[in-house]
Design a binder for this molecule. Sequence first.
Ligand code: AMP
Ligand code: MG
Length: 343
Amino acid sequence: MKGRLALLLTVALLAVAGWWWQDRPVRPRVTTRLLMGTLVEISTWGVTEPVSRRAVGLAFDEMARIEDRMSRMRPDSELARINQAQRGELQPISAELAQVVARGLEMGRLSSGAFDIGLAPLSDLWGFSLEPPPTRPPPPERIADWLAQRARQNGNGIALGGTAENKIRLENAGVGLDLGGIAKGYAVEQAVGILRREGVHDALINAGGDMRILGSKGGKPWHVGLRDPRDPQGVAAILDLLGEVALSTSGDYERYFMADGVRHHHILDPKTGQSARAGLISVSVQAPDAMTADGLSTALFVLGEQAGLEMLRHFPGCEALLIRADGGHFQTPGFIGRWVKGP
Ligand code: AMP
Ligand code: MG
């Protein structure tokens, strides 16, 4: 009888402990999923396991949904449908895609065309998104043809909205949509909205070069490191981030190959048709939201230090850390970060 009571008591205690364990805030809970060509990691803090599991699952699903719509490499995405359509004719476009295209066009204007969401045909020539990745540059005459086609265009060759709501027109074969420089930021920002809606107020999303912080890590800042562009194991700067902050990095080390001693990488200069070489090898931008940070880091990379910092002035609350080809660096006064790499 006594033994039975003890057993019952133990079982009851275990049940209570199990319940307490499951409902107790876990810290931090880290989950990863392969999305948008990169390993996306979401860390949550201060919520119970079931709340975190549900919120993170929904956040990943939202990012997958956006990838399905905006990926250039998926033949059935909305973006691919627009790219495959007849040039010179109005095509329907969803309000969501139009919103991201509009932001991309605005970044294009503010960067005097250095940021160019219409360069898909050039991206296709280089093929950095293909498997296996390229090892040789495209034939120079193909790039010359593309530049000639562009020169015949009206501006960037993209007409959005205007008199025809929710319509887009691509002018000629020299223009096609590539949102690779901005859509990941949009997806991360949408994911943040889902986390918040699901009751998560402290989190970190890391999607390759695009990071977004929400709240704190148990009252302390989220501690993140920025990669040394020439040492995969090394850290160039460390940051303690709190609250609503996004941080995006664009670098010439992310997708590249060497040919005849020259580094060719995935951030392209629409003026030359070649990889951007404006004296920078890495650009990190801190901004209030991930889409702005993503677009700006790519734009500043193409523009280089002087013109890049001029563009940044149009974006209140945005700061940057630039790493130069000679290893030197510059950071704007409000950039939250400590350079640790040495002089
Ligand atoms: P990110 O890694 O955010 O700097 O973006 C690089 C991606 O943006 C590339 O893989 C292309 O898809 C796209 N891209 C390349 N060059 C440009 C450019 N000059 N303007 C806008 N997008 C670009
Ligand atoms: Mg970007």
